[in-house]
Design a protein around this ligand. Sequence first.
Ligand code: SAH
Ligand code: SF4
Length: 355
Amino acid sequence: MQDDNNAAGGTRPGVDLHSLSHGQLLSLLEELGQPKFRAKQIEEWIWEKNVSSFEQMSNLPKSLRAQLAERCSLGGVEEVARQVSADGSRKYLLRFPDRVSVECVGMPNRDRLAVCASSQAGCAMGCAFCATGAAGLTRSLTAGEIYEQVMHVRDDFGTRVTSVVLMGQGEPLMNYDATLAALRRLNSPEGAGIGARHLTVSTCGVIPMIKRFANEPEQFTLAVSLHSAVQRTRDMLMPGVRKYSLLHLYDIMSEYVDKTGRRPTYEYALIKGVNDSEEELASLCDFCRDNLAHVNLIKLNEVKGSKFRPTSDARAQEFVRRLKSVGVEATIRNSRGADIDAACGQLKQSIDRMA
Ligand code: SAH
Ligand code: SF4
């Protein structure tokens, strides 16, 4: 979690309890003259039960609840608006105490519940086809804020979350520490208890951070937004990662596979006349061949005001066929919640439209 200790060693007044490490919580309790076991009780309330007030922490003495309420806050997200899709997905607009808001989506499927969460409010990477990119970055989220989105969806559906993808707003690897801390909390049995392989980080390809991610001990899943294996096309589509060449990305991903033995996913949104040509397909096959890759072909979600259009179904099928013919696993991913603009790349702050 973020370090919200101040220089003197005590906690900042009004500090969000979610932002304290276990050690910091112990020091706070010591300061308040409380036994150590209270830390575990408090952690259960904030992480497992996701309570929104100190009053609800019923196994703590009233005096301690009052002290905590005086010294700390519980952060807290407020649901500003929601939309429900015909396929059962729910999109939420959630607002943090500083009035910054993000979107997240819950996608139920039989006995599973997948959550798509945001890692930043907005994004600085500026991809040409992405609604989030068009708006720029407002700020990065804290680990607690990433975690709370997932818990909000869990509580709304009233069922366990089985997987989380950080494919909402923002570039998670540009908010590395908070992202990792949130993933660890989601993974922990004392938190949401979601298996590491069911926790996915999606990145536009921030190479130094992929390197770091490969060295983490957990088996988190990595998805890389590729969108073109032709340098000039990718530079045009994804200006924020222009400084990292495809060759460099290829090398780092080979290293990632060697090191982790895990299969990375490449996201590829098919855009008519831009990245769906023969040259593009041949380059994609070359990039992914012998690389343990799984390619997720996505039909572009149209973004208002954008000149990009999705490719045809037949062309998408051809991409799958050709990738398979060179031994690369490929699937066409159906966007969930397309009717509510909840599909990937369409998340943007839209209070006006939703409220
Ligand atoms: N910043 C990260 C994660 C958030 S974007 C990333 O770029 O990977 C989540 C996914 O949605 C990415 O694969 C992104 O490329 C994709 N995406 C963005 N805009 C899209 C659009 N209009 N249609 C389809 N996919 C889109
Ligand atoms: Fe940011 Fe990802 Fe959108 Fe690119 S696709 S602008 S990296 S959120």
